[in-house]
Design a protein around this ligand. Structure first.
Ligand code: GLU
Length: 315
């Protein structure tokens, strides 16, 4: 699958429910950035977190994307079918002695200090071996050892980013105690195997990117270019998500695509498109990364926040 291409992007929804306005922002930005670069765009279903996966969600996501005029290249990639690849990456890390088993529970870590990004910093309890009082626990996670060097990268929109993993995150989990591979490991293996050159996604994942770059470097994978677009917030300042009961995308693709386009401060053509096909043609020509709002979050148009009748006066 990984023939060298100049641009290969992707959209990677988790199939935990229907797509909402927040997902549309990531889908739209990644798709149009790929097409404007004459690149490819893959659809990956991030269904690794089994308990949260809803059986019908993938079908729903696919049909919504089709209705909205998205066309992906190649076969759909599913994380649930790629366990052997994650296991191989874990084995490589193990051979390098880059990872270790950890018996700490979430409870044990409740008192750990918070890093500057608000995440608990792993205090290194099991770094030099599991302490005797925890040795009898049965389910161990695997953590990767981080080092003191800062991870730096330049986001195409958010600018220079830097994180000291040892200060702000600590050694982080690559395989969970319940046996599941962690998102951070899976995404790095997937992006590398698929030959992804450009990652365009919501800025809620900005804080994860240094962990992913750290793993890419350890595993000798190429580093994609990153562009983190603002995430859409509801009226009380929460990220639109299934948990915050964001409204599923409505059945009027053109109006909703235009609302997403405006959310991203993109230039509108003099003649507003009258069909989804026209929208995509003008979007590809008009795409202007330089006009994107260089912020990590922005309020969503009110119509798309919560389930209920969608008002169309903003489109
Ligand atoms: N599956 C992740 C999500 O829905 C996105 C992963 C990624 O883009 O790296 O938040």
């Amino acid at each position: 699958m990984s023939r060298a291409v100049r641009y290969r992007g992707r959209f990677a929804p988790s199939p935990t429910g229907p797509l909402h306005f927040g997902s549309l922002i990531a889908a739209l930005a990644s798709y149009v950035d790929a097409r404007a670069h004459d690149g490819e765009w893959y659809l990956r279903i991030d269904d690794i977190d089994e308990p949260r996966v809803r059986m019908d969600a993938e079908v729903d996501i696919r049909s919504t994307l089709e209705r909205y005029g998205f066309a992906w290249d190649g076969e759909i990639v599913r994380q649930s079918e790629r366990m052997a690849r994650y296991a191989a990456a874990l084995a490589t890390l193990r051979q390098m002695e880059a990872i270790y088993e950890c018996a700490c529970t979430r409870r044990d870590l409740e008192a750990a200090p918070l890093g500057s990004g608000g995440e608990r910093v792993y205090p290194g309890t099991c770094r030099n071996g599991i302490p005797a009082d925890r040795a009898l626990r049965s389910n161990y996670a695997w953590r990767v050892r981080v080092d003191e060097t800062a991870v730096r990268f330049r986001d195409r929109l958010q600018g220079l980013q830097q994180q000291h993993l040892s200060r702000d995150i600590g050694d982080f989990i690559v395989k969970r105690a319940d046996g599941m591979f962690a998102y951070q490991l899976a995404v790095v293996v997937d992006d590398a195997d698929c030959g992804i050159t450009h990652v365009v996604r919501g800025a809620d994942l900005l804080a994860s990117t240094p962990r992913q770059i750290f793993l890419q470097r350890k595993l000798g994978f190429p580093e994609p270019a990153y562009l983190h677009v603002p995430v859409a917030l509801n009226a009380v300042g929460e990220k639109l998500s299934k948990q915050t009961r964001a409204a599923p995308l409505p059945d009027n693709p053109l109006a909703t695509l235009l609302a997403a386009w405006r959310f991203l401060d993109q230039p509108l053509p003099a003649q507003l498109p009258t069909s989804v096909e026209q929208f995509w043609r003008s979007a590809q020509d008009g795409w202007s990364p330089a006009s994107l709002p260089p912020v990590p979050m922005l309020p969503a148009p009110v119509a798309y926040e919560r389930p209920g009748p969608v008002r169309l006066d903003s489109a």
